[in-house]
Every structure is written in structure tokens, then in C-alpha cells.
Design a protein around this ligand. Structure first.
Ligand code: ZN
Length: 292
């Protein structure tokens, strides 16, 4: 039987100049309208500085019953921020989003899944600020990010924080984060179907989409924190993204992640020092690029 899939969106704006046309409100509204038609509530991980420029949109997100969670103050990967700035910026991001929505914010997703062994100080920071869960871990090595050796199903960090790791599917011997980004846009649908129907027991499945992925008419540009190649990958095959997301959720839709976390019973604890593995050297060079 297929596992429920929760809709999550990383609300961000990768323009490098404010003089570029902003299409984030347009693209996000497309998605919100479709979710409302289908009575689907999800979790919207917001870059707080982008959210602050779109207060009306944020109010609408909250009014539609979606959970709002933090995706950074400015979408800077954690290794580029360092612990002190991460602490300051995450407090600020949480305050901004709580003021905009009236919701108490309890969830966090690191930009570019950038919680890795070298940034594990972020777990202390998140617990200290009062987050109850994170969905920031890719439990496999990829060219850009990931923490191989972490569990593939929900677990608890020693700090008490619950982690809902990025769902993976096995495909030609590789583990692939198939429910979002470029993987969602280029993989054939049978791979997604297989992932959803054969998810390991105890999995929590979620999409990770971005507003720009629903906007095939946006002109190509090179992202902040991304080179030409990564930006090009982010630009391809956007038409049909809504259909792919809907197909992924066809069998069963999960509630916002905050509600999923509240329903989980006892979870195994994962202690990084004793279990984490070293990342591949190539991954370290490429991980700072933008989401794809
Ligand atoms: Zn992001």
C-alpha cells in the first residue's frame, strides 16, 4: 500500500538582482490555488526575507491552513553562515514568520539540505531556539549535499529534535531523492510510483518543490549560490510539474509535517559521532550550489 505523501514547498526567490522581475508570488499562487481545489494542506518552508516582501501571500498561506516553517533568513547554506550567524538569523527568521502568520513556528529545513557532519552544531541551535523538528537531512551522499549513514526513516537527535529525512528511492543501485527538485522533473513517473508504493516501513514521505519549478515561462538566469550548469538544471522540464506532484500524492495525502511529527510515537535516537560517515570529496566541492 502506498504511503501518504505530504506536500512541502520551499518558498524562495533565487534572483540575484532586485531589478529582475519577481515571479515568486505568481508561481506560488498557482500552487496554492491547485492545493485549495483539492483541499490539500501542506508545509511551506519560507525564506523569511522573501516572505517579508510578500505579507499578503503569507497571510493567504496561513489562512488556507498550511503550516509555515523556516527555510532560512536568506537561503544561505549553513556552512557559509557559521554557527553564530546561523543562530542570529534563525531567531530572526522565526520571528518574522510568526509575526506574518500568527502561527507558532516549529519546523526547519536547511537551505540545500546543508545540515551535514561539519554543520551539526545547527542541531544545538535549533533545539535551543525551540524548534521541534527538522527536515534537513539527505541520508545519502550526492554530488551536492547529504549525510550518509543517517537513518532513512524519522529519528530523534540527542538534542530532542525530531528529524524527518528526505525520502529516497532505489534506482539502478543508487538512492535518489525522487520527490522534488530536478529529480522530480526528469525521472520517469514509474520511479516515483515505485518509491511511494515501496517506501520502507515507518517512512514519512514529502515532496520538496520550489515556486520557480511551476513556472515554465520564467526567463533563464544564473542563481545566487549556483553556477550556470546548476541553474540550467533548475530551469529544465518545468511544464507538468503540478501534474507530477499530484501524481505523487494520488494514493494518499499526508497532513502538514507538524501534524505528522505530533502523531509519531517513540523514535530511535541517532548520535552523529558514532554513526556518521565521511562525505565523498567531490560532494564537498559541489555542495554549495543551489537546490536542483
Ligand atoms: Zn531552498
Amino acid at each position: 500500500m502506498a504511503a501518504p505523501v505530504t506536500f512541502t514547498l520551499d518558498f524562495e526567490d533565487l534572483r540575484t538582482s532586485p531589478t529582475q522581475e519577481s515571479r515568486v508570488e505568481f508561481a506560488t499562487s498557482l500552487v496554492l490555488d491547485r492545493l485549495a481545489e483539492k483541499n490539500i494542506r501542506g508545509t511551506i518552508f519560507c525564506v523569511a526575507d522573501v516572505a517579508a516582501r510578500e505579507p499578503r501571500l503569507l497571510r493567504r498561506i496561513a489562512e488556507l491552513g498550511h503550516e509555515v516553517a523556516v527555510h532560512g533568513l536568506q537561503h544561505t547554506p549553513l556552512d557559509l553562515l557559521g554557527e553564530t550567524r546561523f543562530h542570529e538569523q534563525t531567531i530572526r527568521a522565526k520571528e518574522i514568520l510568526e509575526d506574518l502568520t500568527g502561527q507558532e513556528i516549529s519546523g526547519f529545513r536547511a537551505p540545500q539540505f546543508s545540515i551535514v557532519p561539519e554543520t551539526s552544531w545547527a542541531l544545538d541551535v535549533l533545539a535551543d531556539i525551540g524548534f521541534t523538528y527538522s527536515s534537513s537531512i539527505l541520508p545519502v551522499a550526492t554530488l551536492m549535499y547529504g549525510w550518509p549513514g543517517t537513518p532513512m526513516t524519522p529519528f530523534r537527535w540527542p538534542q530532542g529534535l525530531v528529524e524527518i529525512p528526505c525520502p529516497l528511492v532505489s534506482f539502478f543501485g543508487m538512492h535518489i531523492p525522487y520527490l522534488g527538485g530536478a529529480y522530480m522533473r526528469v525521472l520517469p513517473s514509474f520511479v516515483r510510483r515505485r518509491g511511494v508504493r515501496n517506501a520502507p516501513a515507518g517512512s514519512v514521505l514529502w515532496t520538496y518543490c520550489h515556486p520557480w519549478e511551476f513556472d515554465p515561462d520564467e526567463e533563464f538566469y544564473v542563481y545566487e549560490h549556483g553556477g550556470w550548469m546548476v541553474s540550467r538544471i533548475g530551469w529544465i522540464n518545468r511544464a507538468g510539474m503540478l501534474r507530477r506532484v499530484e501524481n505523487s500524492m494520488r494514493d494518499a495525502v499526508g497532513p502538514p509535517l507538524r501534524e505528522v511529527v505530533a502523531s509519531l510515537g517513540d523514535l530511535p535516537e541517532f548520535t552523529p559521532d558514532s554513526n556518521s560517515e565521511r562525505r565523498a570529496p567531490l560532494q564537498g566541492r559541489l555542495r554549495r550550489r543551489a537546490d536542483v
